[in-house]
Design a protein around this ligand. Structure first.
Ligand SMILES: [Zn+2]
Ligand SMILES: [Zn+2]
Length: 219
């Protein structure tokens, strides 16, 4: 949901776009690998993430066997895991043939968000990066049902993968690329990718699906 140093990365991405032919950049993303981290993630949540990504993106999505959470990412003072360390771990595990890897976990994850040294997040990605990670920990808060938790989790997956495909936060209310700002209410009002976000994906050479029926109700 929050991205690492967005302004700098956005600038880097913009300069790269000027240097590299657009078509060459576009051809690269074909497959997303899902990497469950830790054993405690309900199957229904993994399945909904898979379905949501296949609904919104014209990309192959494959599921990897569960991997244990890396100790290198554990943050003892708050007993949770640092998201940027998880991104490093995930990027190293990118399988050949996959260009993006999405880590899925039930444990709380956090990152630095000035002035906060350790700030809990729903997910983390870098703009145009290979890896992103999402956590269902905050999705469970005041959820109406297990299904509601899974829907929030799957919306976060579409959001973070959007960042890795170059999408920044979107001001359109209800767009899946809206900045949740750590609030579950924002995620709850999200439904689709707005026209501006779809056009931006297309401009970047990705092929989002249009006129989709998302696996969650219209708010
Ligand atoms: Zn975000
Ligand atoms: Zn949008």
């Amino acid at each position: 949901v929050s991205i690492e140093t967005p302004s700098r990365r956005a600038f880097l991405a913009a300069s790269m776009a000027l240097l590299a032919p657009r078509r060459a950049r576009a051809a690269t993303v074909r497959r997303i690998a899902l990497q469950p981290l830790g054993a405690s993630l309900p199957e229904a949540q993994r399945e909904l993430v898979l379905r949501a990504l296949r609904t919104f993106y014209d990309l192959e999505v494959v599921e990897l066997p569960v991997a244990p959470l890396p100790r290198s990412a554990y943050y003892a003072p708050r007993r949770r895991y640092r998201a940027e360390k998880l991104l490093e771990f995930l990027a190293e595990r990118l399988p050949s043939g996959s260009q993006r890897i999405l880590g899925l976990t039930a444990v709380d994850i956090s990152t630095s968000k000035p002035p906060h040294e350790d700030w809990g997040v729903l997910g983390l990605a870098t703009l145009d990066g290979a890896a992103c990670v999402i956590s269902s920990f905050r999705c469970r808060r005041r959820a109406r049902s297990a299904r509601h938790t899974a829907e929030r989790f799957a919306k976060t997956a579409v959001h973070e993968i959007g960042h890795t495909l170059g999408l920044e936060h979107c001001p359109t209310r209800g767009c899946l690329m809206e900045d949740a700002g750590g609030k579950m209410e924002t995620t709850d009002r999200e439904h689709l990718l707005c026209e501006a976000s779809l056009r931006e994906l297309e401009r970047r050479g990705h092929a989002p699906r249009r006129d989709v029926t998302p696996p969650w109700p219209k708010p």
